[in-house]
Design a protein around this ligand. Structure first.
Ligand code: SAH
Ligand code: SF4
Ligand code: F3S
Length: 431
């Protein structure tokens, strides 16, 4: 049997798309391999959100050039955000690539497969992810809206993934019903901005409507979604979260900066005051909420004082998790056209370190309050002899036990805490 290997970097959307590609290849009679060198066909699912990600992709493409020289029959497919409408440049630099297809362009993949005599089942197109690959994990990633209409000044995503397109509500409900029948316990609904879901569909259903529908699916235990946008998240959604027991108490609410002038230059569409008010509303309505955010340091022109505003906002908000990034100019974006990347790399690094240090202390304290408490963990798999899974608040928990816990909801008593994960002793299965 021929073998495939899929290499994925980037966001959850890329992970979801790699799962779907695996589904197509499985149905074409391929088997998963454990590394590039064991594969007859490799797929690179790429990210270009920052220069560092793009460099990793280019490095891997170079590595594959060598591999193809040794094994001329190796087929190399590239998808993800490196691929744009004009990929001539990539084709010229990497002639050893057999196919470039845009994120989610499965018809292109299938057409190529047919030309090669690889039968990839067409039928999968109508019900994406219903058939084919089902992860051995009880958690599924479900894209609900593609693309982004926001054009934050620093961000390349809208140029690579195009405008927003929502999937029909009934199609998503059907898919999740099928997954739940097959044993999936948790779904994470994905979009660059899930708050835009449905605006382009007949009748304009929104994310809250979708959550209501999904909540009535038997055997589905948990529902998550990401990413929200502070300018778009609605009171209706927050109240729906509060009222539906399957919707987990976890929000990804990227703030990006704690300074109003920087937020304006980023074109984020809200002020620090509005963000703070929003967080207060969320905490009032959903008291158990666990909050994650994204912060960019070293945006063009960011003064020490403006950076301090991000630091003090992080101090004040006490996020559970902060995803940090140093500003990276991306060609074609508004910030790339209008501003100089004038904050030196050492200063960016220093600012990253300062927030990281603060956040480690905050997360350490938040997690230490879980010591001795019992939490519900959905067990996703095993690593280094320990079971692991996540709490409803998205905290990673490890425990040791001889039984088979995969896919079970376990009650775990927390005995060890750190800023990044928790350790405990399993008590019993929850049904
Ligand atoms: N749609 C989401 C996430 C998009 S990209 C949102 O609206 O937040 C994921 C994260 O990468 C962003 O939140 C941002 O913090 C970071 N990012 C995007 N472009 C960047 C750039 N040019 N330089 C540094 N970080 C960037
Ligand atoms: Fe990028 Fe902004 Fe869209 Fe997020 S909302 S993907 S940061 S443009
Ligand atoms: Fe990267 Fe594209 Fe996601 S640039 S972060 S893979 S949308």
């Amino acid at each position: 049997m021929p073998r495939y290997f899929i290499w994925t970097i980037g966001c959850q959307m890329n992970k979801a798309e790699s799962q779907q590609i695996a589904g197509y290849l499985d149905s074409a009679g391929y088997q998963a391999a454990t590394s590039f060198s064991h594969a007859d066909l490799v797929v690179l699912n790429t990210c270009v959100v920052r220069k560092s990600a793009e460099n990793k992709v280019l490095g891997t493409l170079n590595l594959l050039k060598g591999l193809k020289n040794e094994h001329p029959n190796l087929q190399i497919l590239v998808t993800g955000c490196l691929v744009n409408s004009d990929s001539q440049e990539v084709k010229r630099r990497f002639p050893h690539v057999d196919l470039l297809f845009k994120p989610g362009d499965y018809p292109e993949l299938i057409a190529w497969g047919q030309k090669q005599g690889i039968l990839i089942e067409q039928r999968l197109l109508r019900y994406p992810r219903n058939d084919g690959w089902i992860a051995p994990s009880p958690c599924a990633l479900i894209p609900i809206i593609q693309g982004c209409d926001n054009f934050c000044s620093y961000c390349i995503v809208p140029y690579r993934r195009g405008r927003e397109v929502s999937r029909p509500l009934e199609e998503i409900v059907c898919e999740v019903e099928e997954l739940a029948r097959r044993g999936i316990k948790e779904v994470t609904l994905l979009g660059q901005n899930v708050d835009s879901y449905g605006h382009d569909l007949p009748g304009h259903p929104d994310l809250a409507d979708l959550l209501n529908e999904l909540s009535s699916i038997d055997n589905l235990a948990r529902i998550r979604f990401l990413t929200n946008h502070p300018k778009d998240i609605s009171l209706k959604l927050i109240e729906t979260m509060a009222s539906l027991s399957k919707v987990c108490e976890h929000l990804e609410l990227p703030v990006q900066s704690g300074d109003n002038d920087i937020l304006k230059a980023m074109r984020r569409g809200y002020s620090v005051e509005q963000y703070r008010e929003l967080v207060h509303t969320v905490r009032r309505k959903v008291p158990q909420i666990s909050l994650s955010t994204d912060i960019i340091v070293g945006f063009p022109g960011e003064t020490e004082e403006q950076f301090e505003h991000s630091l003090s906002l992080a101090q004040e908000m006490k996020f559970d998790v902060v995803h940090l990034a140093a500003y990276s100019p991306r060609s074609g974006t508004i910030a790339w056209q209008e501003y100089q990347d004038n904050i030196p790399a050492e200063v960016k690094k220093e600012r990253l370190n300062k927030i990281e240090e603060l956040q480690t202390a905050i997360a350490s304290k938040i997690n230490s309050h879980l010591q001795g408490k019992q939490v519900e963990v959905l067990v996703e798999g095993r690593k280094k002899g320990k079971w692991f899974g996540r709490t409803r608040s998205n905290k990673l928990v490890f425990f040791e036990d001889a039984g088979d816990w995969l896919g079970q909801l376990a009650r775990v008593r927390i005995e060890k805490t750190s800023p990044w994960s928790l350790g405990g002793e399993v008590k019993k299965i929850i049904n």
